[in-house]
Every structure is written in structure tokens, then in C-alpha cells.
Design a protein around this ligand. Structure first.
Ligand code: ZN
Length: 131
């Protein structure tokens, strides 16, 4: 069941949950819940044999899928790519994509969506060590 909700919100940070991932079903988008300004993040779960019911591309956002559990196939411009727990798949905006669960347990994943080419600083070039 999708139980996405905000737990705490301040001007500086927000905390939300989608509930227990062991029983999570469907899709939950996080951007609006936490007030993110630079990325959309969603949790997704597909039951055994289930696929996202459409192929899609994006106009300007790349996506990074992080597989948390289960086994699946990504169909990327017609090519099938197998994924399992720990897999990460980066997909350029113009690539047609669809995802299917091929194991006997749900395929659970996170999808991070951000504007391709927009990241200017990261990790040590953006982090400020305070101690
Ligand atoms: Zn997408």
C-alpha cells in the first residue's frame, strides 16, 4: 500500500516516508512532499509479471533507477537489460523505456529524475566540511 506522507517539514529540511518497503505497492512521488527544487524522486514497485503499462521518454530530464529488490528487465530503445538488487540504470531523456518485473517477488526501485547536464558541483566540489 502506498502510504507516502510528510513526517516533518521546516524551512531547512523535510522528512517524508513511503512506509515499509517490504509491503510498498504502486508508485509514490516525493518532490511535492519534501519540496525538492532540483529533482523528482519516486519509489516504484511492480508485482511479479507486472510491467509499467506504457513506454516513455523525457523532454529534458535524465533518470537514474536504483533497484532495491527483486529482478527486472528494462527495455531501452528496444534492448532488454536485466537488473537486480543493487543495479543502477542511467537513462538519457531521448531513450524510450519500460520496466518489467521478471522475478517471483516484487521489483522495488527508486527513480531519480533531474535535468540532464544541470549538475555543476557535487561531492567534494560542492560539500563544505565543517569539522
Ligand atoms: Zn520517466
Amino acid at each position: 500500500m502506498n502510504q507516502a506522507k510528510v513526517l516533518q517539514s521546516t524551512p531547512g529540511y523535510s522528512v517524508a516516508t513511503v512506509g515499509n518497503l517490504a509491503t510498498f505497492e504502486g508508485k509514490a512521488f516525493i518532490k511535492e512532499l519534501v519540496g525538492s527544487t532540483s529533482m523528482e524522486v519516486s519509489f516504484g514497485s511492480l508485482a511479479p509479471g507486472q510491467a509499467v503499462p506504457f513506454f516513455h521518454k523525457h523532454k529534458q530530464n535524465e533518470e537514474l533507477y536504483i533497484v532495491l529488490s527483486g529482478e527486472g528487465v528494462f527495455i531501452l530503445d528496444g534492448t532488454e537489460v536485466n537488473v537486480t538488487s543493487g543495479s543502477t540504470v542511467r537513462i538519457a531523456p531521448s531513450v524510450s523505456r519500460c520496466t518489467r518485473c521478471v522475478g517471483n517477488v516484487p521489483l522495488v526501485y527508486i527513480c531519480i529524475q533531474a535535468k540532464e547536464g544541470s549538475l555543476e558541483q557535487y561531492t567534494m566540489t560542492d560539500g563544505i566540511i565543517e569539522q
